[in-house]
Design a protein around this ligand. Structure first.
Ligand code: 5GP
Length: 206
């Protein structure tokens, strides 16, 4: 039975909460799940691949695309621009594929405005101090950048009530968080309002 357009899952939460690692693990387990690659003006980190982790573009190019309404949402974060390309999201959902993305918190809220049916999941560490440890451990940011990301994280936590789900990524127990995310995605697919009227009529008749 076809359940109409795909579902949009938005995993957000402060930098260092583990979004990248958990979403990657989830995608490995759910191969049909599509992923929205964002555009950014940030320089690639070691190991980051064009078109896989991000589309790395100049600020001028980013602004040009913004002028063409090419982003579903975009945001300046810590001195760099990040945006969700509109076309890919609309096309993928219309084709019936479920889609996952991982913007920062403000972006997640903008996505919900554009797609009220989107499922917003807030990922948090079990302790706020773990954010700092994780950011330090991955050695991709300077101390100033880490301090700034922690300040932003503090602000982001205030929006937790606007989300649909909370998943706690407990230190050393990421397997549990992956399982929780997977459970949310699976359960959302069975919600009555996801089924079109025709599908429901068919069920009623059988
Ligand atoms: P990072 O530089 O660590 O890759 O990302 C910085 C922050 O930007 C993270 O919180 C990440 O989730 C967020 N981010 C990545 N892509 C997008 C996007 O397309 N839109 C928004 N609003 N935030 C994004």
């Amino acid at each position: 039975m076809k359940a109409g357009p795909g579902l949009l899952f938005v995993v957000s939460g402060p930098s260092g909460a583990g979004k990248d690692t958990l979403v990657e693990a989830l995608r490995e387990r759910m191969p049909r799940l599509r992923y929205s690659v964002s555009a950014t003006t940030r320089a690639p980190r070691a190991g980051e691949m064009e078109g896989e982790h991000y589309f790395f573009i100049t600020r001028a190019e980013f602004e040009r695309r913004m002028g063409e309404d090419g982003f579903l949402e975009s945001r300046e974060y810590n001195g760099n621009l990040y945006g969700t390309p509109r076309d890919y999201v609309e096309r993928t959902l219309a084709d019936g594929y479920d889609l996952i993305m991982k913007p920062e918190v403000n972006g997640a809220l903008r996505i919900k405005e554009a797609h009220p049916g989107a499922v917003l999941i807030f990922l948090v560490p079990d302790r706020f101090s773990n954010l700092r440890e994780r950011l330090l451990a991955r050695r991709t940011e300077t101390n100033e950048e880490i301090a700034s990301r922690l300040e932003i994280a503090h602000q982001e936590m205030k929006f937790i009530r606007n989300f649909d789900y909370i998943v706690v990524n407990e230190q050393g127990r990421s397997e549990d968080a992956i399982r929780d995310l997977q459970a949310i995605l699976q359960a959302e697919r069975f919600r009555i309002h996801r089924y079109g009227d025709d599908s429901l009529k068919n069920i009623e008749l059988t």
